[in-house]
Design a protein around this ligand. Structure first.
Ligand code: NDP
Ligand code: 13P
Length: 356
C-alpha cells in the first residue's frame, strides 16, 4: 500500500455493531492503543485480510482518526484502509473480536489490562506488542497478564520493526512467542503476509526480555555516537550489550539462543544503529547536554528505555546479574552522571574474560 494513498471516509460496517450474540468474528482483531505501533500493526493486519477495531484512550484522537482516516498525531502519511475502524469504546472494540492485541506503552499495560479483563469473552486470546517490564515490580508482561486475565492464550510480538517502515510496507521480520505454539502460529498468521514475515518461537520470556532491555542499550549507543566515539565503540556496545541481554534473559529463564534471533540481536542492532529509534535519539540528546525530560519532550513520543532502565537495574540487583552498560545508562538518567563520567566508568573497569 502506498504511503501517500488518500484517506477515505468509508467506515466499514463491522459485525460487532450488529452481533447481539457476541460470537467471535474470526477475521476481526481488536488493537488496543492507537499510537504509531498500534496503527502500523492495524494496517498490517488489515493487509493480511482481517478487520481491525483500533481503540485509543483519547476520544478526541479517535474522532480525528475517524475524520481524517489517518493517524496524523503518531503515524502521519498513511491512509487507514476501510478494514480498520477507529473505536473509542473499549467494549465495542473487544466485542466479537477473535483476539485482543495490546500496543500501549508498558507504563499503561497493567491499567489497560484491568479495563480489558472484565470485557474479555471465553476463548479470546490476548497478545501484546508492548516492549517493557511492569514499572515498579519489574515483572515481565506475561506475568502481569496471567495475574489479570487468568487461563487463556497469551502471546507477544517483538523484533526489529519501526512503525513507519511497516506502514510503508517495507520488508520486515518479527518473532512471535506464545504460551502455546499453536497460539503463536495463530498470531503469526494474523500479521504474516506481503513483505512482513512473522517467525514463531516458544521462548515467551526471551522474546520479551530482548524487546524490553535493548531499549536501554540503544540509549547507550546514542550517547556514544553523540559524543563522537565512532564505529568501534558502537560495535563494542552492541556486542557487550548483547552479552548483558543474554545474562539477564538466562537469569529470568530464557534460552540464550533466542537472543541471537530477531527479538534479541535483530532488534538490538536496529535500535542501536538507526536514528528512527526514539531510544537512540534520546541518547544522542543526552550527549548534547539535554536532560532526559527535555529529550523526551523533544521526541514527543514514548521512549520505553527510560522506565526500562529502572526495571533492568532492579532485576540485575535482584538476580545478581552484571549489566555494566545498562547500569551506566541508569546513572545518567537518574543519578546525575554526565555521559562522559558514565563512559569513564565503563572504560576503567578491570579487564576480564570475554565469555564470563
Ligand atoms: N513505534 C514503533 O516503531 C514500535 C513501538 N513498539 C512498542 O509499542 C509500544 C507502544 O509504543 P508506540 O505506539 O510507539 O507509542 P507512541 O508514542 O507512538 O504512542 C503513544 C501511545 O501511548 C498511548 N497512551 C498514552 N496515554 C495512555 C493512557 N493513559 N492509557 C493508555 N494508553 C495511553 C497512546 O494511546 P492512544 O492512542 O489511546 O492515545 C498511544 O498508543 C511501546 O512499548 C513500544 O516500545 C514496538 C515496536 C515498534
Ligand atoms: O522497538 C522498536 C523497533 O523495533 C522501536 O524502537 P524505539 O522505541 O527506540 O523507537
Amino acid at each position: 500500500m502506498s504511503s501517500t494513498a488518500p484517506a477515505t471516509d468509508h467506515v466499514p460496517d463491522l459485525p460487532s455493531d450488529r452481533s447481539p450474540d457476541h460470537r467471535p468474528d474470526h477475521s476481526r482483531v481488536a488493537v488496543i492503543g492507537a499510537g504509531s505501533w498500534g496503527t502500523a500493526l492495524a494496517l498490517q493486519i488489515a493487509r493480511t485480510g482481517h478487520r481491525v477495531a483500533l481503540w485509543g484512550h483519547d476520544p478526541e484522537h479517535i474522532a480525528a482518526l475517524v475524520r481524517d482516516r489517518e493517524n496524523r498525531a503518531f503515524l502521519p502519511g498513511f491512509a487507514l484502509p476501510p478494514a480498520v475502524q477507529p473505536e473509542a469504546d473499549l467494549a465495542t472494540a473487544l466485542r466479537g473480536a477473535v483476539d485482543v492485541l495490546l500496543v500501549v506503552p508498558s507504563q499503561f499495560f497493567a491499567d489497560m489490562l484491568d479495563q480489558v479483563a472484565p470485557l474479555l469473552s471465553d476463548g479470546q486470546g490476548l497478545a501484546w506488542a508492548t516492549k517493557g517490564f511492569e514499572p515498579g515490580s519489574a515483572r515481565l508482561l506475561h506475568q502481569v497478564a496471567m495475574e489479570r486475565v487468568g487461563e487463556r492464550d497469551l502471546g507477544v510480538l517483538s523484533g526489529p520493526s519501526f512503525a513507519a517502515e511497516v506502514a510503508r510496507g517495507l520488508p520486515t521480520a518479527i518473532a512471535v512467542a506464545a504460551s502455546r505454539l499453536e497460539f503463536a502460529q495463530h498470531l503469526a498468521n494474523l500479521v504474516h503476509g506481503g513483505s512482513f514475515r512473522a517467525y514463531t518461537q516458544d521462548d515467551l520470556i526471551g522474546v520479551q526480555v530482548g524487546g524490553a532491555a535493548k531499549n536501554v542499550l540503544a540509549i547507550a549507543t546514542g550517547i556514544a555516537d553523540g559524543l563522537g566515539f565512532g564505529a568501534n565503540a558502537r560495535a563494542a556496545l552492541i556486542t557487550r550489550g548483547l552479552a548483558e541481554l543474554i545474562r539477564l534473559g538466562v537469569a529470568l529463564g530464557a534460552r540464550p539462543e533466542t537472543f541471537m534471533g530477531l527479538a534479541g540481536l535483530g532488534d538490538l542492532v536496529l535500535t542501536c544503529t538507526d536514528d528512527q529509534s526514539r531510544n537512540r535519539r534520546l541518547g544522542l540528546a543526552l550527549a548534547r547536554g539535554r536532560s532526559a525530560q527535555q529529550a523526551m519532550a523533544e521526541i514527543g513520543q514514548e521512549v520505553e528505555g527510560v522506565v526500562t532502565a529502572r526495571a533492568v537495574k532492579t532485576l540485575a540487583a535482584r538476580l545478581n546479574v552484571e549489566m555494566p552498560i545498562s547500569e551506566q545508562v541508569y546513572g545518567v538518567l537518574y543519578e546525575g552522571l554526565t555521559p562522559e563520567e558514565a563512559t569513564r566508568h565503563l572504560l576503567e573497569r578491570a579487564g576480564k574474560s570475554e565469555l564470563d
